[in-house]
Design a protein around this ligand. Structure first.
Ligand SMILES: Nc1ncnc2c1ncn2[C@@H]1O[C@H](COP(=O)(O)OP(=O)(O)OP(=O)(O)O)[C@@H](O)[C@H]1O
Ligand SMILES: [Mg+2]
Length: 265
């Protein structure tokens, strides 16, 4: 039975893509196909024009759930040193220390590098996986609901960090998520349903663009996703005051409402 059908998508560098869809839609299957784990019956997946199977290892990396499932080392140092040794078996001890510290810093993993991986919190484990992916020169990072077990504060911090990493290192980041807060920080949102792409658009259109019979239901709600607080508040203000604001963050919402307040008074 085919799981994915006629999917055609292109992602850019420095782009965060939120991949959403209900259970069984094919999200995990799609990212595993992007990783090269599943053979395709038709079509191809390329990175910068090169078929994924011809890429050097490590260009496309996934943070699995739970992240500890993909760790080999016993400590932060061991985990990152293994990657360093794969890249350069002749590396010196001093270079190894510098390599490990460099990638731990890049991923904002602030614990001492001798820390046991079993002592890391959920957010720190995610950062170790990100550090490991960056250390192996990944250009595409895939996250399969990786942030789900984290508390709200850790999720916010990781989102901010992913944004910075995508921009600074020209990464493409794909987040499979059921959390609409993740969609707020994305550049593109893709809705998958029964193995088909139903919508590939920007978050503003996803949250505020209208469809349906009367043309008044936002795509997000029409597809059965509950919008995040910022969007609900903006939609309520739009209805109540006849506005058409489309904020994607609390700061933007506050700014828009201040602006309206100034106009009213
Ligand atoms: N190895 C497999 N063999 C056969 N069918 C599979 C296999 N893996 C997944 N499927 C089926 O493919 C469909 C898509 O599964 P997938 O895991 O990609 O969904 P998902 O969108 O990630 O869902 P969820 O949100 O629950 O994680 C489902 O109907 C599932 O039963
Ligand atoms: Mg899944």
């Amino acid at each position: 039975m085919p799981i994915l059908n006629h999917i055609s998508l292109a992602f850019d560098k420095r782009e965060i893509v939120a991949l959403v869809g209900h259970n069984g839609a094919g999200k995990t299957t799609l990212v595993r196909a992007i990783l090269g784990l599943y053979p395709l019956t038709e079509g191809c997946i390329t990175f910068d024009g090169t078929p994924i199977h011809e890429l050097p290892p490590g260009k496309i990396q996934m943070v699995f759930q739970p992240p500890s499932a993909q760790l080999i080392g016993q400590t932060v140092f061991e985990e990152l040193a293994l990657t360093a040794l794969q890249r350069d078996p002749a590396i010196t001890r001093a270079q190894l220390d510098a390599f490990v510290q460099h990638y731990a810093d890049m991923a904002q993993l602030t614990v001492p590098i001798e820390t046991s991986v079993y002592e890391l919190s959920g957010g720190q484990l995610q950062r170790l996986c990100i550090a490991q992916a960056l250390a192996s020169d990944a250009k595409v990072l895939l996250f399969d609901e990786s942030f789900a077990p984290l508390d709200a504060g850790a999720r916010t911090a990781l989102r901010k960090q992913l944004r910075e990493l995508a921009d600074r290192h020209a990464l493409t980041i794909v987040l499979i998520t059921h959390d609409m807060e993740d969609v707020l920080i994305a550049d593109k949102v893709v809705i998958l349903d029964s193995g088909e792409v139903r919508l590939a658009t920007d978050p503003q259109t996803f949250f505020y663009g209208e469809c349906g019979e009367n043309g008044q239901t936002p795509f997000c709600a029409a597809r059965g996703f509950r919008p995040p607080y910022v969007v609900e508040a903006a939609l309520a203000a739009n209805r109540r005051f006849g506005l058409s604001i489309r904020p994607l963050s609390e700061e933007e919402l506050a700014e828009e409402l201040l602006h309206v307040h100034a106009l009213v008074h």
